[in-house]
Design a protein around this ligand. Structure first.
Ligand SMILES: NC(=O)c1ccc[n+]([C@@H]2O[C@H](COP(=O)([O-])OP(=O)(O)OC[C@H]3O[C@@H](n4cnc5c(N)ncnc54)[C@H](O)[C@@H]3O)[C@@H](O)[C@H]2O)c1
Length: 347
């Protein structure tokens, strides 16, 4: 099979830990070149992967050899780079959160539609074997009717992850990130909630806060380091989510679904992946595969899915619409937090 030739925009941690190694491992993909605003990093990375370092995004997108692009630069570049890439005739895998606002995410979807190119969003958690298995178990009716749910994503913060390991990272700069923990970690869990429950979020009541992260000046950062959200799904099912950059203990990436026949705990305890606690007292355990943590990366499957969708000429499992619906929920959370009340999610 002819290999899909790819370009990567942004050579930070998500490219270093996921996109680049997973392209290199995929037999149907070849990295042709990359671009990073930091030319030194781009040069080092190009040498490592034996590919070109382009002087600009425009130069990368003008290369007719490149058929597909990963957009792995900071949030504020996602819409601009993705739209330019689609217009240049490339398939796009854009990291999450998809964009900074819904006008941009709609324009991204419209451009994909108009150009006939794929637009996939990096909500990789739904590709995890454990989440896929949990999805199957839920659909089989094992825990009955879903009554409520709870999802968490809490770690010590992106200054322990980004290529810039300090509190000057772009993740703490609202002009570049727009959102804090809600856009970074909430984006993953909102996608998982939609995927596992099979429902869209209808209403949210959210609180965002900055409890601990500070700029070098000593002032609090200007994005939230914690967010707590109450949900009402489109059929009325209620749920809650806590995302946090201030969990200085073990990373928490758990989701618990409460049904009328039992409870499903996903990554509730790191010794078992899925545990069903049944109403009759019986316990069923599944070992499927560990989740990635900041310090322990496993293959995410995001690149295999993107390349698979291109070569099989099919829609990817995580579409632009998935990214948009998640972003719409994030936007509604901020409106709710500002207005101090329940709000409808406007898609
Ligand atoms: N799917 C996931 O699990 C996951 C995890 C982490 C990050 N992300 C997302 O990936 C994206 C990148 O995050 P990261 O963790 O790699 O950040 P990072 O700070 O480690 O790296 C960012 C890189 O982008 C480069 N850059 C900055 N401005 C640029 C520009 N205008 N054009 C091109 N390159 C530019 C920087 O020089 C740096 O190399 C973010 O949108 C983030 O939300 C996704």
């Amino acid at each position: 099979m002819k290999k899909v030739k790819v370009g990567i925009i942004g050579c930070g941690m998500i490219t270093q830990t996921r996109h680049a190694p997973e392209y290199a491992q995929n037999p149907n993909a070849e990295i042709v070149g990359l671009y990073d605003a930091n030319a030194e990093r781009a040069g080092e990375f190009a040498a490592l992967y034996d590919c070109k370092a382009y002087p600009s995004v425009e130069a990368l997108l003008a290369d007719p050899e490149i058929e597909a692009v990963s957009v792995c630069s900071p949030n504020y570049t996602h819409a601009e780079y993705s739209i330019k890439a689609l217009q240049a005739g490339k398939h796009v895998l854009c990291e999450k959160p998809m964009a900074l606002n819904l006008e941009d995410s709609r324009r991204m979807m419209e451009t994909a539609q108009a150009t006939g190119k794929l637009l996939m969003i990096g909500h990789n958690q739904r590709l995890l074997p454990t989440h896929r298995r949990a999805h199957e178990i839920l659909r089989s009716g094992a825990i009955g009717r879903i009554l409520t749910f709870q999802s968490n994503f809490k770690h010590p913060g992106p200054e322990n992850w980004s290529v810039n390991r300090s509190n000057t990272t772009w993740f703490f700069d609202s002009r570049k990130a727009q959102f804090g923990a809600l856009g970074d970690l909430g984006a993953h869990k909102l996608d998982i909630i939609r995927y596992l429950t099979g429902r869209e979020v209808a209403q949210v009541n959210a609180t965002t806060m900055t409890l601990d992260k500070r700029k070098p000046s000593g002032e609090f950062i200007d994005v939230e380091d914690n967010a707590m959200v109450f949900f009402r799904m489109d059929d009325g099912v209620p749920g809650i989510m806590h995302v946090s950059w201030t969990n200085y203990g073990e990373e928490d990436n758990s989701t618990v679904i409460y049904g009328d026949k039992g409870v499903m705990k996903i990554f509730g305890d790191y010794s078992d992946d899925i545990v069903l606690e049944m109403r009759d007292g019986s316990i069923v355990k599944y070992m499927v595969g560990k989740i990635q943590t900041n310090t322990h990366q496993t293959k995410s499957g995001i690149i295999d899915e993107f390349i698979g969708a291109i070569t099989e000429n099919r829609a990817p499992l995580i579409t632009g619409q998935d990214g948009h619906n998640t972003l719409a929920t994030i936007v509604a959370c901020f409106r709710s937090a500002k207005e101090g009340r329940w709000v409808d999610v406007e898609y």
